[in-house]
Design a binder for this molecule. Structure first.
Ligand code: AMP
Ligand code: ZN
Length: 473
C-alpha cells in the first residue's frame, strides 16, 4: 500500500517517496527549554513520534532529530530573573523534557542537538549567506535579505512584497526590507554572547534549525515538522536561508500539527490556560494521555477536557480487559479454532494500515483497533480455547499496532502506592475477612462499596482478596 502524506508545501496529499529508498530523515522542532512542556507541546511531539513509529512499522530506517532551543529571548529573560546562567536553566528544563518524553512513551530521538553547541556551524552558514549576498551586516547584526530569494513565501504564502507593505513599526531602519530577519544578533548589555566575525552576539532562532537539521540529516531532509505556528516565520525562514545556501530543496515534506485547545482556545503559556505534560500524566496516566492524543488526527483540533480523558480511560480499560480475557483462553495445538477470528483480525489490521497510510489518520486507526477488541470479545464469549499458533499471531498483531505504532504499553500500570497504603489496604481486607467470617456481610459489602467510590476495587479470588486502583488501567 502506498503511503500518502499531506505536504504543507504543496497543500496536497502526496505519495511519500523519500530521497533515499528505505530511509527517512526527519526533523521535528523541539521545545524552548525555559519552562516545563505543556500538554499542547506534548501533542506535537507525540503526533510526530507516532508518525516516526509508523514509518518504522512500514520498514523505513528513520533518523529522527529534534532540537532544543536553549538560547533566545525567553531563555535569556528567565535565566536573568532566576539569576542563573542559560546553561543551568537549559539543563533543568531539558532534563524535565526528557523525563516527560519517557513517561509519554516517546521513542528517544536519535539526536537532540542544542543551539548553543552549534555556534561554530551557525557562524559558517551565516558567512556563506553573506558571501552569496543573501545576508548583510549592520553594526554587529546580520540580517537576511528576503527580497533576494525569489521563492520567499512558498510555504506560508507570505510574499516579501506583501510583508513590506504590511509592516507598520520599523524596528531597525537600517534593514533593507522591514521583514528581513536576524541571523545574528549583536550582544545587548549583559546577554550571553559568543565571538563572531561581526562581533559578540548570538544566533537568531531560524538559523539554528537550518544548521542543526542539515548537519545531521543532509541538505535535503525528507520530513520537517512542527506545530502550525512555526509555518511562519520560522519554517519559511528556514527554507529561504537553507536553500539560498545550498541551492537544493531543503525539505521534501512539511508536516504541521493543529492545536490542542482548552475550551476551544489554543493552549499556551501566554494565555495561562495550560496544564503541564507532567501534571496530565500524573492525573490520568501516560497510557490514557497517549490514547487521548492519538484518538484525533494530527491536523485536527483536539480539545483537552476531563470528559475526553475519561473516555480514553474507559477505552483503554476495554482494550486491556479484552486482551486479558483473550490471554486466559486455553491453548490447544490442533483445530481448537480461532482461524475465523484470525481472518477478521487480519482484515482489521489492513483497515488500520489503510487509515495510517492516508496521512497518518490515527483517529480511524483507533476505531479499527476497537472493532478488533469487539471481535475478540465476541470470540471469548463463545469459546474457551484457541489454537496456540493463532493466539500467538493475534497477540503479535495487537502488540504491534498498540505498542509499536501508538506507543501504548500493553500492561496495566502497577498502582503507584507507597508501603503505607499497601499496609492499610491489607488491614482493611483483613477486617473485611473477619466480618464475613462472623457473617456480617452487610458491613463487608459496605466496605467494598465505599472503597469502590474511592476507585479502589476489591476482587475476591480463590487465593484471597486482592485490590487494584480502578482508574489505573
Ligand atoms: P515551543 O516550545 O513553544 O517552541 O513549542 C514546541 C512545539 O509545540 C512547537 O512545535 C509548537 O508549535 C507546539 N505547540 C505549542 N503549543 C501547542 C498547542 N497548544 N497545540 C499543539 N502544538 C503546540
Ligand atoms: Zn525549528
Amino acid at each position: 500500500m502506498t503511503l500518502k502524506v499531506f505536504n504543507n508545501l504543496t497543500k496536497r496529499k502526496e505519495e511519500f517517496v523519500p530521497v533515499e529508498k528505505g530511509k527517512v530523515n526527519m526533523y521535528v522542532c523541539g521545545p524552548t527549554v525555559y519552562d516545563y512542556i505543556h500538554i499542547g507541546n506534548a501533542r506535537s511531539f507525540v503526533a510526530f513520534d507516532v508518525i516516526r513509529r509508523y514509518l518504522e512499522y512500514k520498514g523505513y530506517k528513520v533518523t529522527y532529530v529534534s532540537n532544543l532551543t536553549d538560547v533566545d529571548d525567553k531563555t535569556i529573560r528567565r535565566a536573568k530573573e532566576r539569576r542563573i546562567s542559560i546553561q543551568q536553566l537549559g539543563e533543568k528544563y531539558s532534563d524535565a523534557y526528557f523525563d516527560d518524553l519517557t513517561k509519554l512513551g516517546m521513542k528517544k530521538p536519535d539526536i537532540n542537538p542544542r543551539a548553543t553547541q552549534h555556534i561554530e556551524e551557525i557562524i559558517d552558514l551565516i558567512q556563506i549567506l553573506i558571501d552569496k549576498k543573501y545576508a548583510y551586516v549592520v553594526d554587529g547584526n546580520v540580517y537576511y535579505d528576503i527580497s533576494k530569494f525569489e521563492d520567499y513565501g512558498k510555504l506560508s504564502g507570505n510574499k516579501a512584497e506583501a510583508l513590506e507593505a504590511g509592516a507598520r513599526i520599523e524596528v531597525d531602519p537600517r534593514k533593507r526590507n522591514p521583514a528581513d530577519f536576524a541571523l545574528w544578533k549583536r550582544q545587548k548589555s549583559e546577554e550571553p554572547a559568543w565571538n563572531s566575525p561581526w562581533g559578540k552576539g548570538r544566533p537568531g532562532w531560524h538559523i539554528e534549525c537550518s544548521v542543526m537539521s542539515m548537519k545531521y540529516l543532509g541538505e535535503t531532509l525528507d520530513i520537517h515538522a512542527g506545530g502550525k505556528d512555526l509555518i511562519f516565520p520560522h519554517h519559511e525562514n528556514e527554507i529561504t536561508q537553507s536553500e539560498a545556501a545550498t541551492g537544493k530543496p531543503f525539505a521534501k515534506y512539511w508536516l504541521h500539527n493543529e492545536w490542542l485547545t482548552v475550551n476551544g482556545e489554543k493552549m499556551s503559556k501566554s494565555l495561562g490556560n495550560f496544564i503541564t505534560a507532567h501534571e496530565a500524566i500524573e492525573k490520568y496516566g501516560s497510557q490514557v494521555v497517549r490514547l487521548f492524543l492519538v484518538s484525533v488526527h494530527y491536523r485536527s483540533h483536539i480539545d483537552f477536557n476531563d470528559r475526553s480523558l475519561k473516555q480514553a480511560k474507559r477505552n483503554l480499560e476495554k482494550l486491556f480487559n479484552a486482551m486479558e480475557m483473550f490471554e486466559a483462553l486455553r491453548e490447544e495445538h490442533k483445530s481448537a479454532g480461532g482461524k475465523e477470528l484470525f481472518k477478521q483480525v487480519e482484515k482489521i489490521r489492513q483497515k488500520f494500515e489503510e487509515a495510517m497510510d492516508d496521512d497518518f489518520n490515527t483517529s480511524l486507526a483507533v476505531s479499527a483497533l476497537f472493532s478488533l477488541t469487539r471481535k475478540i470479545n465476541l470470540y471469548v464469549k463463545d469459546h474457551g480455547e484457541i489454537e496456540t499458533e493463532v493466539k500467538k499471531k493475534i497477540r503479535g498483531i495487537v502488540k504491534r499496532l498498540v505498542e509499536d505504532v501508538f506507543g501504548i504499553k500493553m500492561e496495566r500500570r502497577k498502582p503507584e502506592t507507597d508501603k503505607l497504603v499497601e499496609n492499610l489496604m491489607k488491614l482493611i481486607i483483613e477486617i473485611r475477612r473477619q466480618l464475613r467470617e462472623r457473617g456480617d456481610w452487610e458491613t463487608a459489602d459496605d466496605i467494598r462499596a465505599k472503597l469502590k467510590a474511592l476507585e479502589l476495587v476489591l476482587e475476591d479470588t480463590p487465593k484471597g482478596t486482592e485490590w487494584k486502583i480502578e482508574s489505573e488501567p
